[in-house]
Design a protein around this ligand. Structure first.
Ligand SMILES: *Cc1c(COP(=O)(O)O)cnc(C)c1O
Length: 350
């Protein structure tokens, strides 16, 4: 443990995370509501997210890889379950066979590999119902290839649940056919947006990610899903730029009048990408808006200080990070805005 304080931090709201989970759980009807905590819980920090979600009542967690599983396993309470979405490669077998986490088997090859782990090793299975990404084909799944396998959860994944398109109902119908033909303890189809499509999509277990962390997966989330992540960074220096003098790389901003600016500890290496350049990003200090000026550097950003704003070296400013608004301004997806948050932030749950 280090007492050193980084010059940039993610202020993470336990209350908002738990309230988002409770809303998604309520929308899931009688289905259990799990949590996708892959990619370090979408950038928030997987261990903290798992701890606080468990305290809210969540018991089913999903990561992408066995390295991610190893990170969160020590946090799991006795009744909790962990599924590894990318299944099991040959290189994962030793670790997987000894783990309480389950692989989500995605192919005939993975099914055969897992059978070698020995009789009775539980697993999950992913079937492709139309996304053509991971999973057994419908034909493979219904061919008897899964006979005798102790399948805890049978999964499929929706490709376009954030849109109103026929593909959703098509995938739902295929998943219902799978449920009729394949024995598993539980069936699971819906991600965040899928939960918003209605209880038909919930089956026994839902798997939200984005909406837990404040993402507005569909309009139905508006007014219910709260912002969880508040990035804050310290002012390293303030200066007055003379009228007509250029600021930053390639001199893309030149004030017409003398302008005070604040240089803050944030850059594209922290996931704050160059698409925020040219005034598309901004921050707040004591209720006043500071507009981003010039180009985003690797580790630094310049903000124009408005008249009467007292911000100075050492102060903390809050970067504007409302997810839908920031996605619209930057052209990045809400997912990218979260998962890009890098390793240099202190992550502070409060
Ligand atoms: C990432 C993922 C989820 C969560 O999706 P969101 O859109 O973030 O809610 C659920 N299921 C699977 C298989 C995933 O890969």
């Amino acid at each position: 443990m280090t007492e050193h304080i980084a010059p940039l931090r993610l202020s993470l709201s336990v209350d908002a995370l738990q309230s988002n989970w409770r809303w998604l759980a309520a929308q899931s009807g009688s289905a259990a509501c799990g949590a996708a905590v892959k990619a370090n819980a979408y950038g928030l920090g997987a261990r903290g997210a798992v701890e606080h979600l468990q305290n809210a009542g969540c018991r089913d967690f999903f990561v992408a890889s066995w390295a991610e599983a190893a990170d969160v396993l020590p946090m799991l309470t006795d009744g909790a379950s962990l599924s590894v979405l990318h299944g099991v490669r040959g290189d994962d077998m030793a670790m997987a066979a000894a783990s309480r986490a389950r692989p989500v088997l995605n192919s005939i090859e993975q099914v055969a590999r897992w059978r070698q782990a020995g009789e009775g090793h539980p697993c999950d299975v992913m079937v492709d119902t139309g996304m053509n990404r991971l999973g057994l084909t419908m034909d493979e799944a219904l061919s008897g290839a899964l006979d005798g396998l102790p399948v805890r959860t049978l999964l499929s994944h929706l490709a376009s649940a954030d849109e109103d398109v026929p593909q959703n109902a098509e995938q739902l119908a295929r998943f219902q056919a799978l449920k009729a033909g394949i024995t598993a303890d539980r069936y699971s189809l819906a991600n965040s947006a899928g939960i918003c499509l209605g209880e038909d999509y919930a089956f026994d277990l839902t798997r939200p990610g984005l909406a837990l962390y404040g993402g507005i997966a569909r309009d139905a989330c508006l007014g219910h899903i709260r912002q969880v992540v508040f990035p804050e960074m310290q002012v390293l220096q303030t200066r007055t730029v003379k009228a007509g003098a250029p600021v930053g790389y390639n001199a893309t901003y030149t004030p017409l009048q003398d302008q005070r600016i604040a240089i803050i500890n944030l850059g594209y290496a922290d996931g704050y990408l160059r698409c925020f350049s040219g005034g598309k990003g901004g921050a707040h200090f004591e209720g006043q808006a500071l507009k981003l000026v010039g180009r985003v550097s690797m580790d630094l950003v310049a903000l124009a200080i408005p008249e009467g704003c007292a911000v100075t070296e050492g102060d903390w400013v809050a970067i504007d990070y409302d997810l839908p608004a920031t996605a619209a301004a930057s052209g990045l997806s809400q997912y990218e805005l979260l998962t890009g948050l890098g390793a240099r932030y202190d992550r502070i749950w409060g």
